[in-house]
Write a protein that binds this ligand. Structure first.
Ligand SMILES: [Zn+2]
Length: 670
C-alpha cells in the first residue's frame, strides 16, 4: 500500500493530495518521517569531512523535508478539523516529537560541528542571511542546554521535565475550577440579560444537567453577564468566583505551582549563564532586555491610569443614579461601561452585521493586498480537507506566489480562536519552494454569512499574518515568513487591521446583504468611534498583568508570588475598581507553558509598532501610499527573520517607534 503522505506531491502547486489522505496514513507517515529526519541529522553529525557552513548548517536545513511536509498537514488538520483518531495521534506524537527534538539538541558530535562553524564564522564570508541563520542555530542549541555537561546537563533535563509536569497541572487545575463552579439562575435573575446571554446560560445549564439556566466561568458567558446583569449581588458573587480560579485551596490550587515554576525557571536561566529568567527569555526578543519592556509599560501606564480614573468617575455617577452609594467595584465596571457605551455610541451590532458579509470582507482584504502589493487572487478548484475550506492562487504580474486557503466557519472539530499557519513555508534552499498558507477562523456559518465588526477585524488580522508568509522572500525557511521574534510577529497582522478602518474600504465593501446599499455614514462614524471605547480600563488591566509577569522573572524568584503580585500592584497604584486581566493563579499565558512568560508585554510591543507604522502611511500619501507599501514589503513582509527585528523596523521607518501613535489610537493621548 502506498502512503500518499509519503509519496511525492505532484498535483497542482504541490498541494497535499487531501482526497487521498486518510487518518490511518498519519501514524506510519509520521514514524517514517521522524526516523528519516534522525538518520539525516546523524549523517550530518557523523560527516568525516571538517565542518563547514555547507555541510553542517545547510546540511541541517536539508534534513527533515518529509517531516516538515507530513507534520505541516497533520498539525493543520489536528487544529482545524480534528477527529478522535487525530486526537489520539496528537497524544501519541506530542511526547515522540519532544523526544525527537531532545535527541537532536542532545547530539554532541552535531553540536561540536555547529560550534566549530560558529567559532570560524568571521573567516567564512557568509551572506547576511547565512550569518543570521548560523547565529540562530547555534543559539538554539545553547539555549536548549547543548553546551552543558555532567551534573548541570542532568539537572537541566530534570528541570525541563518538572516544568512540563507543572505546566500541565496548572492548566488542569484551572479547567477543574472552571468546571466545578456554576451558579443556578432563577427566571427572575435573567432579567435585563440580552437573548444571546440567556441562550448560552440555558445551554450551559443543559450541558451540566442542571434544572434551569446556569452561569459558568467561561469567558464568553461570564463577561456578558457582568456587562448586562443589573443584579449587583449576583455580579459580585460571579466576579469573585471568576477571579478565584486557581486559588480556591485544596487540590486544584495553583499558588504553590506558580512559586515552584518561577524558582525552576530561575535555576534554568542561571545554569545557562543568564542573570535571571527575564534576561534569558528576552534575549531572543526585539525588546532585548527587561528595562526596555518596563520603559514601554511605564510610558503607557500613567495616561491609561489617568483615563481609567476619569472614566471611573463617570461610571460611579451612573451607579449613584441607580441608587447605589458604595464605591465602584470591579463587578460594577463592565455593567456601567456597557450602559455608557449604549448612551454614547448607540451602535446597533445587529444592524451592523447586515453590512459585514463574509465574502465581501474577504474581497476587501484581497483588494487592499492588491492596491498595496499588486497581489491577485484566483479561486482554485482543488481537493481540500473540508468542504468549508476554500483556496485561491495568489499571483503577481502573472507569477505564482502562493496558495491561500481560507477556512472561516466554526465547527465542532475545530479548536476555538483564529490563527494563520503555513502548510509549507517559502524558501529558495535547497530548492525554490512557494508557501501554502491557511487562515482559520470560527465565524458562525450561514448563507450568506454575516460578521460582527470584531470578526471582520479578526479576518484582517489573520490575513496580515498570511501576507507575511506569502510575500516572504528569503533563502532558508528557518527565517521565512512569521519565523520572527514573538514581540514582532503581531506587527504585520495588527497593522493590517488598520486597513479595515480606512473609511473608503468600508464604504466600498460594507454593503447591505439585501439591498446592496453602502453603509450609512452615520453608522460608519459610530463604528470608527466605538473602536477606542473604555481603553483606559483595557490598558490598565493588561499593563498590570504584564508588569507582574515581568517582575516575577527578574532577579531572584519570589518565594511568595501572591505577595509579589500585591507589591507590584501597590507600587503601580492599581485603581480599586479594576482587576488584573489575568491574576497569578489563573495566568495561563505565563504558567501553563513558557510561551508568554516574561513575554505578556508582547501584544503591546507589537501594537506600538503597528500604530506607528500605520501613522507612517498617513504621514506619507495615505493608507495606500505606494512608496510606503513598497517599504513595508521590502523591509518587513518579505524579510521574515532574516535580520534582527529592530534593524528591519529601522529600515522601514527610519527611526524606532514611540508610544504616541498607540496612545492616540487608544484614545489615551492628552
Ligand atoms: Zn496574530
Amino acid at each position: 500500500m502506498t502512503n500518499p503522505l509519503l509519496s511525492d506531491w505532484t498535483g497542482p502547486f504541490g498541494l497535499p493530495p487531501f482526497d487521498l489522505i486518510e487518518d490511518a496514513h498519519f501514524g506510519p507517515a509520521l514514524d517514517t518521517a521522524l526516523a528519516e529526519d534522525l538518520a539525516e541529522v546523524a549523517a550530518v553529525a557523523e560527516n568525516p569531512e571538517p565542518p563547514t557552513f555547507a555541510n553542517t548548517i545547510e546540511g541541517l536545513m536539508r534534513c527533515g523535508a518529509r517531516l516538515d511536509r507530513v507534520s505541516g498537514v497533520f498539525f493543520n488538520l489536528a487544529g482545524s478539523d480534528s477527529t478522535p483518531a487525530r486526537e489520539a495521534l496528537m497524544r501519541e506524537f506530542s511526547p515522540k516529537l519532544a523526544a525527537h527534538a531532545a535527541a537532536i539538541y542532545g547530539n554532541q558530535p552535531l553540536f561540536d560541528r555547529i560550534r566549530a562553524v560558529w567559532q570560524a564564522r568571521e573567516a567564512l564570508e557568509l551572506t547576511a542571511e547565512q550569518a543570521r541563520v548560523l547565529m540562530l542555530v547555534h543559539r538554539n542549541f545553547i539555549r536548549a542546554g547543548a553546551a552543558l555537561e555532567g551534573e548541570a546537563a542532568e539537572r537541566m533535563k530534570e528541570i525541563k521535565q518538572r516544568l512540563a509536569v507543572l505546566g500541565t497541572s496548572f492548566t488542569q487545575n484551572l479547567l477543574a475550577d472552571e468546571r466545578d463552579w456554576s451558579m443556578p439562575l432563577a427566571e427572575a435573575d435573567l432579567e435585563g440579560l440580552p437573548g444571546f446571554v440567556v441562550a448560552s446560560a440555558r445551554a450551559a445549564g443543559e450541558e451540566r444537567g442542571a434544572e434551569g439556566p446556569v452561569l459558568t466561568l467561561s469567558r464568553s458567558l461570564i463577561v456578558p453577564f457582568l456587562q448586562f446583569s443589573p443584579r449587583r449581588d449576583l455580579r459580585e458573587i460571579a466576579y469573585k468566583a471568576w477571579v478565584a480560579r486557581g486559588a480556591n485551596g485544596g487540590e486544584t490550587d495553583n499558588r504553590e505551582i506558580a512559586a515552584e515554576v518561577l524558582a525552576l525557571r530561575q535555576e534554568r536561566a542561571q545554569l545557562l549563564g543568564y542573570a535571571d529568567f527575564a534576561s534569558y527569555k528576552l534575549e531572543t526578543e526585539m525588546a532585548g532586555s527587561p528595562d526596555k519592556v518596563r520603559e514601554l509599560l511605564a510610558a503607557v501606564w500613567a495616561p491609561a491610569k489617568a483615563q481609567a480614573e476619569a472614566d471611573a468617575q463617570l461610571l460611579e455617577e451612573r451607579m449613584r443614579a441607580d441608587g447605589v452609594n458604595e464605591a465602584l467595584a470591579p463587578w460594577d465596571w463592565r455593567y456601567y461601561a456597557q450602559k455608557r457605551r449604549k448612551a454614547e455610541h448607540d451602535l446597533d451590532e445587529a444592524a451592523l452585521k447586515h453590512y459585514l458579509q463574509l465574502d465581501r470582507m474577504i474581497e476587501a482584504a484581497f483588494d487592499c493586498a492588491h492596491r498595496l502589493f499588486g497581489l491577485e487572487f484566483q479561486a482554485l478548484d482543488v481537493p481540500l480537507y473540508h468542504p468549508d475550506a476554500r483556496a485561491w492562487e495568489v499571483t503577481r504580474n502573472g507569477q505564482h506566489l502562493a496558495v491561500f486557503i481560507g477556512d472561516y466557519f466554526a465547527r465542532g472539530s475545530k479548536r476555538s480562536g483564529a490563527w494563520c499557519s503555513a502548510m509549507r513555508m517559502q524558501a529558495r534552499f535547497p530548492e525554490e519552494q512557494r508557501p501554502i498558507v491557511v487562515n482559520v477562523c470560527n465565524f458562525a456559518k450561514a448563507d450568506p454569512a454575516l460578521l460582527s465588526y470584531d470578526d471582520a477585524r479578526t479576518l484582517f488580522h489573520e490575513f496580515g499574518h498570511a501576507l507575511h508568509q506569502m510575500l516572504s522572500d528569503v533563502t532558508y525557511d528557518m527565517v521565512a515568513g512569521t519565523s520572527v521574534a514573538r514581540d514582532f510577529v503581531e506587527l504585520p497582522s495588527q497593522l493590517f487591521e488598520h486597513w479595515l478602518e480606512v473609511p473608503e474600504v468600508l464604504r466600498v465593501f460594507a454593503t447591505h446583504v439585501e439591498t446592496g446599499a453602502a453603509m450609512p455614514q452615520e453608522m460608519l462614524d459610530k463604528v470608527l468611534k466605538a473602536a477606542n471605547f473604555d481603553q483606559g480600563f483595557a490598558t490598565v488591566e493588561y499593563v498590570a498583568s504584564a508588569m507582574v509577569d515581568l517582575a516575577f522573572h527578574e532577579g531572584a524568584a519570589p518565594a511568595d508570588p501572591m505577595a509579589k503580585q500585591a507589591e507590584v500592584l501597590a507600587g503601580l497604584g492599581m485603581p480599586a475598581a479594576i482587576g488584573m486581566r489575568h491574576a497569578t493563579p489563573h495566568f495561563a499565558h505565563v504558567f501553563a507553558g513558557d510561551g508568554y512568560s516574561s513575554g505578556y508585554y508582547s501584544y503591546m510591543w507589537s501594537e506600538v509598532m503597528d500604530a506607528d507604522a500605520f501613522a507612517a502611511f498617513e504621514e506619507a500619501g495615505g493608507a495606500f501610499d505606494p512608496e510606503m507599501a513598497k517599504k513595508l514589503e521590502t523591509h518587513i513582509l518579505s524579510a521574515g527573520g532574516s535580520q534582527e527585528a529592530e534593524a528591519l523596523y529601522l529600515a522601514f521607518r527610519g527611526r524606532m517607534p514611540g508610544v504616541e501613535a498607540l496612545l492616540k489610537g487608544r484614545g489615551l493621548a492628552a
